[in-house]
Design a protein around this ligand. Sequence first.
Ligand SMILES: Nc1ncnc2c1ncn2[C@@H]1O[C@H](COP(=O)(O)OP(=O)(O)OP(=O)(O)O)[C@@H](O)[C@H]1O
Ligand SMILES: O=C(CO)[C@H](O)[C@H](O)COP(=O)(O)O
Length: 413
Amino acid sequence: MALCTVYTTHALHSTCSVSTQTKKHLAFHQWQVFFCTHNNKITRNSRCSEISFATGDAKTVVIGLAADSGCGKSTFMKRLTSVFGGAAEPPKGGNPYSNTLISDTTTVICMDDYHSLDRTGRKEKGVTALDPRANNFDLMYEHVKAIKDGVAVEKPIYNHVTGLLDPPELIQPPHILVIEGLHPMFDPRVRELLDFSIYLDISNEVKFAWKIQRDMAERGHSLESIKASIEARKPDFDAYIDPQKQYADAVIEVLPTQLIPDEDEGKVLRVRLVMKEGVKYFSPVYLFDEGSTLTWIPCGRKLTCSYPGIKFSYGPDTYFSHEVSVLEMDGKFERLDELIYVENHLSNLSTKFYGEVTQQMLKHSDFPGSNNGTGLFQTIVGLKIRDLYEQILADSKVESPLQASKAQGSTVL
Ligand SMILES: Nc1ncnc2c1ncn2[C@@H]1O[C@H](COP(=O)(O)OP(=O)(O)OP(=O)(O)O)[C@@H](O)[C@H]1O
Ligand SMILES: O=C(CO)[C@H](O)[C@H](O)COP(=O)(O)O
C-alpha cells in the first residue's frame, strides 16, 4: 500500500482507502480532496495505508540570514545545508542564473530576487540595491508568508550577470526556508514570519580584506574600484542593512585580532557569537559554566598553537537592550583535528553525537574560515538551527492528531 499525501487545493478525484477517523478529520477541515503518492509520484485511485498532509498541518520553518554582499553568506549556507545532510543545488532544469539552492530539507532563496529595479533602473534613479526603493517588500512578504503556509510561489529571479529581472521560478514549500541577502529583517512583516534570524556583522577592515581577496584575486577588479564600491555602498549600508542586526537572534561579529597589534589584513580574526537570551527553541551555547564570565587560553598540552595563539572569552552582555550571551574566539587553529578538545568544553551545542562540530569542521576544511571562529560559529549556529527545526516539528506533531509532512504540489501564488 502507498503512503497518501492529502492536497487540500485540488479537485476531488481519489479513492484512497482511509480510516473513518481520517475521513472525519478531512470533513471537519472541509478538505474535500486527496491524491495518493507512491515513490514521489502522484497517482490516483490507489489504495493507501497511511495519510500525511501537504498543507494545513506542516508549516515551513523560516530562517533569515542578513549580511552585506561578500560577507560569507554562501559559505554559511553550505555549512548549514551540510548539517542537514545532502548537497544544495540550483533548481534542476531551471534558469542557470537562478540564485536559489535546494537540498532535501532546505531551500535557500536570495532576497536580491526581490529587487524591483534592475541595474539600469537603479542607475537611472540614482539608487543602490541596498536602498529600500529598489526592492519590492510587499511581494517578499506575500511570498514568504505563502511558503510558510505551505503554498508554492512563482518568485522572480534577479540575474547578476545581465543585471535584469528574469522570468520567475517555482518555489515549493520546503521543510526549512532560508531567506538570505541584504534585507531579510528589514520589513517588519517579513521579520514577524522568521522563526530564527542571523546577522553576519563583518567589520569594515575585514570586509575590505575579503573583498580584495575575492574581487581582486579571483575577479580581476582593481584596488581602487573595490575601495570605490565599498565607499559608494557605505551610506546605504549604514542606513538600511546594518540596523537589522538589532533584530537578529544570533549575530556573528568578525573583527581584526587583538592578539597582534595593528593587524588588519584579516589573516587572524576575532570572532564573536552574540546569542539572544529567551528565544523560543534556542538555548545559547556556553563555555564551562553557564552565565559566568571567563577567558580561556586553551594552548597547552592538548591544543597545538602557534603565534599569536588562541583566546576564548565567554560571558553575559547586553546588545541593543537585549540580554545576550557572547562567546568569542580570537586566533586560529593550527590543527583542526584537535578542535575536539575545545568542543569538549563547550555545552548546549545541540550535537547528535560526540565530536559532531569537529567532524563538520574537518569535512569542510577547505571552506573559508575553517581554521578560525567564523567557521566554528557558523557550524554551531547550523546545529542550533537543526535543533530549533526539530523542536518546532516535534511541537507541531503534538498539536496535530495526524502525522504532518511536507510534499510537493500545492497552490501556486
Ligand atoms: N570566514 C571567512 N574567512 C575568510 N574569507 C572569507 C570568509 N568568508 C568569506 N570569505 C571571503 O569572502 C568571499 C565571499 O564569501 P561568500 O561568497 O560566502 O559571501 P556572500 O555573502 O555570499 O557574497 P555575495 O553576496 O557577494 O555572493 C569569499 O570568496 C572569501 O574570499
Ligand atoms: O549587494 C548585492 C547583492 O548582495 C548586489 O550589489 C545587488 O544585488 C546588485 O547586484 P549587481 O551588482 O549584480 O547588479
